[in-house]
Structures are given as structure tokens and as C-alpha cells.
Design a protein around this ligand. Sequence first.
Ligand code: FAD
Length: 281
Amino acid sequence: MHTVVCIKQVPDSAQIRVHPVTNTIMRQGVPAIVNPYDLYALEEALRLKDRYGGRITVLCMGPPQAEAALRKALSFGADDAILLTDRAFAGADTLATSYALAAAIARIREDMPVDLVFAGKQTIDGDTAQVGPGIATRLGLQLLTYVSAVGEVDPENRRIIVQRRAEGGVQVLETALPCLITVLEGLNEMRFATMADMFRAARHPLTVWDREAAGIEDITKIGLKGSPTVVSKVFAPRPRTTRAELIEAQSGQPNDLADTLLAKLFTKHPQLGRQIVRRSS
Ligand SMILES: Cc1cc2nc3c(=O)[nH]c(=O)nc-3n(C[C@H](O)[C@H](O)[C@H](O)COP(=O)(O)OP(=O)(O)OC[C@H]3O[C@@H](n4cnc5c(N)ncnc54)[C@H](O)[C@@H]3O)c2cc1C
């Protein structure tokens, strides 16, 4: 089985700060990490490889520094890594990103058929959750989103069973391979890479594709040219003026707590108390 896992290098959002005066995002000094959802996707691909054998190719579109994300994936056990990097990809929105990644996967398929494509549900910087479905649509793959568990795979009959988190429950779905799966957080626990794995990953040859190597001829579909999204405004939401308050009832009884709350409410909004008295009389 050949699985492609799409991974994106993102700024560690836990360390991003908004400039207090300009309201712009301060990225300087913010470390880059592998998008956490993509690590769940990679781990799931590794578990399938443990069960059924095969190869895992990790694919990342990004600047040359994104090599670090791919090396990390290699250290966990991915077999091949492809960095899609070209100035022509800069400024891509989700439409252009999914176009470029789909083209690269189509190019990968020329060398070895692809049975499964994994992606995270979303990224922690863009947050759109559009890239996975965009790739599946462009490549004509079956699409399974919000997957919370991967069940049996039948490589001979080319079927897969997954659990998908839906509103109010879990759906058990079966579909045909090849398909694209986007995964939720917490579907597995990532393995650790040993020191030997890290050395192997550091030495592993990386495949670097520019636009031409990925087989992309139409430059109007990639990068800024292929991106109809326009960011009209970026702002930080205003901090709330009202604050939460901890109210403790004297006795700890529910009725006592309700009385304390009402008393506080009527003190703050006396007209509310007068309205209630008027209505009940
Ligand atoms: C309103 C808006 C405006 C933007 N403007 C710009 C801009 O001007 N310039 C700019 O550079 N970016 C811009 N971006 C960011 C850019 O659109 C996204 O980084 C990119 O399209 C991926 O979308 P996402 O992060 O929302 O991915 P999602 O759809 O949330 O990601 C889902 C999954 O797809 C896969 N994936 C996503 N991106 C990649 C990747 N690059 N390589 C490999 N796998 C990937 C991962 O598995 C990921 O978990 C903008 C985003 C938004 C929402």
C-alpha cells in the first residue's frame, strides 16, 4: 500500500502575539512546527504500514525551511519526502494550494500508484479545512472527512472502513480505495523517534520539486495568480469589558445560590426587579 501524507509547516500558534499598537501578527522568533493534525495523520499512516506494509511519502508545499517538517516526518518512519517549493507558489490561498498539492500527487502516482492520501482536518494557522477536500475533488478521490478512527483496510478488494465524527454521533463508513482521509485530533498517540531514526532522517535524501518538476504548466492556477481570496482586514478582537465573577452561596444549597444571584442581579439592574413585581401583581 502506498500512502501520501500531506504535512504543512506552521508557526507555533501558542507563541504568536498580536502587536498591541498595529494589531498585526508578530511572527518574529516564533518557532515553526509541523501542523499538529498532520502528525495524527502521519501516525495513522504509520500504523497502517505496520499492519499492511507498503510505503509512506510525505508531501509539503512551503519555503525551503519547510524541509525541517519533512525531516521530522522521516524520523518517525516515513519512507520518502517531497518538498514542493518554488517562488511561483508564494501567496497561495486554499484553491491554489490544493491545486499544487493535487498536481504533485498526480506526479507521484506516475512513479507509484497511490492508495491513500492523508491530511489533517485543518491547520492551526489557516484553519480553513479546505485543502484536503480540494485535493480529493481535483484528483477524483473518495473523500472521508472528520475521521476519528481508521478501521480495517482490505487491500485486495480495495476497501477501507473508518469512523467519522458527525453531529450527534459517529458514522461508520466504508469506501473504495484510493481515497483521501482528513483526520481529527486525538485519533492516536504519536510515537517517539529514536536517536537513530533522527540521524537516518537527517541523512535521508529529500526530493525537491519546483513547479516544472511537479508537472504544473498553467501558472495562472498557482500562487498569488491562482488565488482569488482577498484579505480585506486583519484585526485582533477587542478585549471584553465585562469580567466573570465567582459568586459563593452562604450555605451551598441551590436555592440559596439562586437567591444570592437574583439579589445581585436586582441590585445591578433595579428596573428588572420592578418589572417582575409589576408583572406578577
Ligand atoms: C483569508 C485567508 C487569506 C490568506 N492569504 C494568504 C496570503 O496572502 N499568502 C499566503 O501565503 N497565505 C495566505 N493564506 C494562507 C493559505 O491560504 C493557506 O496557508 C493554505 O492555502 C493552506 O490552507 P489552510 O492552512 O487553511 O489549510 P487547511 O485546509 O486547514 O489544511 C488541511 C490540511 O491540508 C494539508 N495542507 C494544507 N496546506 C498544506 C501545505 N502547504 N503543504 C502540505 N499539506 C498542506 C494538511 O494536511 C492540513 O492539515 C491565507 C489564508 C486565508 C484563510
